[in-house]
Design a protein around this ligand. Structure first.
Ligand code: SF4
Ligand code: SF4
Length: 529
């Protein structure tokens, strides 16, 4: 590490900054061939606005993940009290007050579509913000790095430890680190299985070795993947395994915000500004200190331009802003910027030529940046494309909420018997048979009336109910269950329709609050038509 002096300012104001000895191991210029052995990255701890924001996102996302299965929600004696539960055994998905049945899978499909459009919206506005802040891989790698720093120290201490021969101290630190990572892996896998069963019960079963084998297998698998991806593979998962970096290229446009090195301001970079100025050479703001490289968890140098590896975590912005502040210069040498604004500023810095001229963007006497420089602001995210995404996303959300609000807690499925289509009885009546399923989608006992509409004179009877016929059947529905029935509909000779007739089978609570009906047909013999 060496000390750099800013010689572009009066000597009394000259602050000093440090230069880091670091290789951007994944830098575009020196990217190794595929399948080359991984070079270890030892990211330095960053501090600043974006780092604080990342801590906050990490805290919120991890809390949601680990705590959610333990939230209780009173659904009465006939349904589980877990607020969020994927009940595979009974084919139900519970989400607080919402209960989704298998035939309502379109809600899940709608949420997946919303998640997809949401990713389009976020990527087209703020680039790979998902990757940089909220992706589980990013969050868990950050968590594993916190553990690593706590046990082994920050970058220099970790490099020293890594290069040191094996000793009792090194062995102890490494063991503590890996055991802690494994414990995090177990907790991660453990939290996942709690989404699929009553969490307190399953925890007791796991502790007493009475849980199903699949629970232990899932915990084992997720422990292994969390430990491997978060602790050992880290940036390689994003670079080689995740498809998202490839897809996002198609989603960005010239108005998307991305983490950008503003070379129109930073170049020509130099570590020896005084000598360069004395030699009459132009000098940009970048002092080539590598602070932006040393904090990068992906091992790249943002000064090489946009790269597939960059997850836009913005830690290099924090690092460079810190350097600029210490040098008494404006922050923002690395910043969130759009390509469109960058191009305008580059045109300003180069004029009609291709060479960046620092004198064109900074007043050499006052030292102030040119007022014509375009600064990217949040308004750039509002444009036709993002509005279309937002409207589409909101429309699906509203449609799902409306469908949920209007959804009947009763549902009815009817299937007409195919063989025989009808039976002609001795008294001249025609009888049709139906398979009926009544779904009580509430955790409470219900009494319902089943009747016919649109088929005058028709009588109902249950196949298992003997010869008794009625206009209305009163039925008891168990909570959160399906009642399957075999039903006969019988029309006396005087009321026989001349041809196939359409009518409705209706179930309704006596108070009329819940109702469901299904249209079906009543078949008659050809000679009756
Ligand atoms: S270049 Fe900057 S924004 Fe990109 S991954 Fe590295 S630190 Fe994060
Ligand atoms: S961009 Fe900023 S942090 Fe990176 S080397 Fe230049 S001055 Fe240092």
């Amino acid at each position: 590490m060496t000390t750099l002096i800013d010689n572009t300012r009066p000597s009394a104001e000259r602050p000093a900054t440090e230069r880091y000895d670091v290789d951007a191991v994944n830098s575009a210029g020196r990217r190794p061939p595929l399948y080359a052995p991984r070079k270890k990255i030892f990211p330095k701890r960053a501090s600043g606005y974006f780092r604080k924001f990342k801590w906050l996102v990490m805290l919120v996302t991890l809390t949601i993940y680990y705590v959610t299965p333990w939230l209780r929600w009173d659904r009465g004696p006939f349904a589980p009290d877990q607020a969020v539960l994927v009940d595979l055994a009974n084919k139900r998905f519970y989400f607080f007050f919402i209960e989704i049945w298998p035939q309502e899978f379109y809600y899940v499909a709608g949420m997946l579509v919303m998640a997809g459009i949401g990713l389009f919206l976020i990527t087209s506005t703020v680039g790979r913000a998902w990757c940089g802040y909220a992706c589980p891989q990013t969050v868990w790698v950050d968590l594993f790095l916190v553990v690593e720093r706590f046990i082994e120290g920050d970058r220099n201490a970790r490099i020293k430890l890594d290069a040191a021969p094996w000793s009792a101290s090194k062995l102890t630190k490494r063991m503590i680190k890996h055991v802690t990572w494994l414990v995090i892996g177990v907790l991660t896998g453990g939290a996942w299985v709690f989404y699929f069963a009553d969490a307190p019960t399953l925890l007791g079963d796991i502790a007493t070795l009475q849980a199903p084998l699949v629970a232990y297998a899932t915990i084992g698998l997720l422990t292994a993947t969390t430990y491997t991806f978060g602790g050992l593979m880290r940036e390689q998962v994003c670079t080689y395994m995740c498809p998202w970096p490839r897809i996002q290229g198609a989603m960005l446009d010239e108005n998307s915000l991305t983490v950008t090195y503003n070379d129109w301001r930073g170049e020509p970079r130099t570590r020896h500004a005084k000598r360069a100025i004395a030699e009459g050479k132009p000098v940009g703001d970048c002092v080539d200190c590598n602070a932006c490289v040393v904090v990068c968890p992906m091992g790249i140098d943002i000064r090489d331009g946009q790269q597939l590896e960059c997850i836009t975590c913005a830690l290099c912005i924090d690092a460079c802003d810190d350097v600029m502040t210490r040098l008494g210069k404006e922050p923002g040498l690395i910043s969130y910027a759009t390509l469109s604004d960058y191009n305008q500023n580059m045109a300003l810095a180069t004029g009609s030529g291709k060479v960046i001229q620092p004198t064109r963007i900074r007043d050499q006497i006052t030292g102030r940046l040119n007022d014509a420089i375009k600064h990217t602001d949040w308004r750039s995210i509002i444009r036709p494309r993002t509005i279309v995404y937002f409207v589409g996303w909101s429309a699906i959300g509203l449609a799902m909420l409306t469908a949920l609000a209007l959804r009947s807690p009763l549902s009815l499925n009817v299937l007409h018997d195919r063989n025989p289509l009808y039976v002609e009885l001795r008294d001249g009546s025609i009888r049709n048979g139906y398979e009926v399923k009544i779904l009580n989608m509430t955790p409470a006992l219900r009494t319902v009336e089943l009747r016919l509409e649109g088929l005058p004179g028709a009588q109902l009877s249950l196949v298992d109910g003997g010869e008794d016929t009625a206009q209305v059947l009163n039925l008891e529905l168990e909570p959160d269950k399906v009642l399957p029935l075999r039903l006969y509909v019988r029309v006396p000779p005087g009321a026989r329709p001349a041809s196939q007739a359409k009518f409705h089978i209706v179930v309704e609570t006596p108070d009329g609050h819940a109702r469901s009906n299904t249209e079906t047909t009543f078949e008659v013999p050809e000679n009756a038509k």
